[in-house]
Write a protein that binds this ligand. Structure first.
Ligand SMILES: [Zn+2]
Length: 275
């Protein structure tokens, strides 16, 4: 197995055994965006604890398996419908932004495409613009996806401070990948066993749209998902005869190239070097 990176996985809701299996499969680094916990948190204080977990505790758990752990901070789109709570949480973020494993602001976005969610999305863009942070974006699922992706891209384009090459639009599918790539953004394909895109559909998209600015991730979380999804994509690409360097571009060089733009980035010792 080649080395690979999973640029979107919620390890706080996975077991230590998952880290072990990922390391055995060649995982050398992951990034963990701040997300919903499966329930609505009762106060900003709970987010403060979560941010400590993402920046202090989880990197140590990953390091036990030789995996570098990076994170992204925000209030997720689902809880962002509560504007006053969201503003409190956003005010907590700057104290964590310079922690050594933080890559930027994320995963911000829309869930039900509400006006409140859009307001908080734009306030996160303000936060990111102040210190020129990378941005990672969650696009809504299923029937809300196309409209939500359209709304997000419009908000990004309307904000003149946003530099598309410093933004990744995640969970793209066949009907939204063009919107992201044509806008100059990076995009992430989320590999789910059934919903979102399967490794086969991701492979079809790579064949149709190419590998430039495209990432692949498992988005493993507390729900039904597969932390081994990126190795599954590697297998599918091999089965179809894609050269090893193309595979490496998608599962290693691309996520690293995106992350390296982070203001906070320090080249870690011992990571296999870029081709
Ligand atoms: Zn996520």
């Amino acid at each position: 197995m080649p080395h690979y990176i999973d640029p979107h996985i919620h390890m706080v809701s996975r077991t230590t055994d998952d880290y072990h299996r990922m390391a055995l499969a060649g995982c050398v680094a992951i990034s963990e965006p701040a997300f919903w916990a499966g329930f609505d948190r009762g106060s900003a204080r709970a987010f403060h604890d979560y941010f400590r977990q993402l920046t202090e505790y989880e990197p140590k758990r990953a390091a036990l398996f030789g995996i570098r752990h990076y994170s992204w901070l925000c209030i997720n789109a689902k809880e962002a419908d509560n504007v006053s709570l969201s503003r409190e949480v956003i005010s907590l973020i700057p104290e964590f932004m310079s922690q050594p494993n933080v890559l930027g602001v994320g995963e911000i976005g829309l869930n039900k495409n509400t006006a409140n969610e859009a307001t908080i999305f734009q306030e996160h863009l303000d936060l990111a613009a102040k210190t020129d942070e990378l941005v990672l974006i969650h696009t809504p699922h299923l029937e809300d996806k196309f409209k939500g992706t359209r709304m997000i891209i419009d908000m990004l384009k309307n904000d003149t401070r946003v530099k598309p090459h410093r933004v990744c639009v995640d969970h793209v599918e066949e009907h939204t990948i063009r919107l992201a790539l044509d806008g100059g953004f990076w995009c992430g394909m989320t590999l789910y066993p059934l919903t979102k895109c399967t490794p086969q559909r991701a492979c079809d998209m790579l064949e149709a749209f190419g590998t430039e600015r495209v990432l692949a991730n498992s988005a493993g979380d507390w729900g039904k998902s597969d932390p081994m999804a990126v190795p599954e994509l590697i297998q599918e690409m091999r089965r179809r005869g894609h050269p090893e360097e193309t595979i490496r571009t998608v599962v290693y060089d691309n996520p690293l190239a995106f992350w390296r733009q982070s203001r906070n980035w320090k080249e870690p010792a011992g990571l296999p070097t870029l081709a």
